[in-house]
Design a protein around this ligand. Sequence first.
Ligand code: B12
Length: 300
Amino acid sequence: MDENFTPRQVATALQVSESSVKRWCDLGVIRTDRTVGGHRRIPLEFLLDFLEKTNRRVVQPSAIGLDQPQEIGRISDQGALNRESLQATFETALIAGDESICRRILSAWYAMHGGIATVSDELLGPTFRSIGENRENGKVEIYEERRACDICYRLLHELRRLLPEPQGFAPLAMGGAASGDGTQLPSQVIEIVFREYGWRTICLGSNLPFRTMLSAARKHMPKIFWLSSTYIENTDVFLSEYARFAKSLPKGIMLLVGGRALNDEIRQKMVFSSHCDTMLQLSNLAKTLRVGSRPADPQI
Ligand code: B12
């Protein structure tokens, strides 16, 4: 994906006239670069700023290369790449802090496999498992791991901003991670999974006491509350606080749990409505339940 767009590409992506885009460029509403020959070029970053400022969304992502499967082959000079080498390139770029390469691979993977679930299950999950191992054995520095997380937050945020705004009547999914668990990536992915199927979402973040998650659930009454658990500090404390939370959750809210910390032994001691191991499973659930909610989304 070229990250500098012409006014025509942006106009097609937004489904507005090219002259409007040029006018916005000249008025400074869209920050714009110029080529040596004086032509307007709009970097992705500036386009995203504009979308945020004006609360607009991309209507036709293909115009800016967001659904071009052939991109995947263009990412490397080596030509056609398989998943393993693409994942390895992503990991190397992530550790090196090369955000631009990471953006290209993530966008291409997204386009190629049609959604964030596969990006997470097949690209982010394995990459971070490997980064985690390499940090433990000293091959990756702590700062490199943290920077890798930061890059992924930004890329996921960009992706999220490109999705259409959910409609007001859409069902709500809300969730986060409990106290002691500072992991943010899974919940950010979950938010996008739901958004892809038109859900409204509220991501509460990480490191949250169960009592505050309960307040949020009572206030907003989501259809689904997700709990993402990557790390559990003290299993007994977690299980007793979780049990109180699950029991106090208002009726009608589905409690969905997932994450690498919830092994069979822990899960057997928990009460929940649904458990998923992967984002693809979650994606199927989000799709099925969305179809069941009314009014039906015509895109599904
Ligand atoms: C990044 C990271 C951190 C970062 C998190 C940054 C952030 N703000 O997000 C920071 C630096 C905070 C961190 C801290 C710690 N970490 Co850490 N961390 C990781 C790492 C490298 C990646 C986790 C991640 O984000 N993965 C990306 C996600 C997308 O992939 P995933 O977790 O595999 O999830 C997949 C599935 O499980 C599923 N899924 C996940 N959640 C959910 C939820 C739902 C609802 C569903 C449906 C699916 C689902 O989908 C994903 C794939 O699509 C892992 C390594 C690893 N092997 O996972 C260690 C790891 C999780 N950390 C670990 C540890 C020990 C710690 C610390 C205790 C270290 C310390 N001594 O201080 C602290 C404290 C934990 C805390 N306070 O959170 C251990 C946990 C081991 C254990 N016993 O549970 C791991 C496994 C590393 C290891 N091998 O030892 N960590």
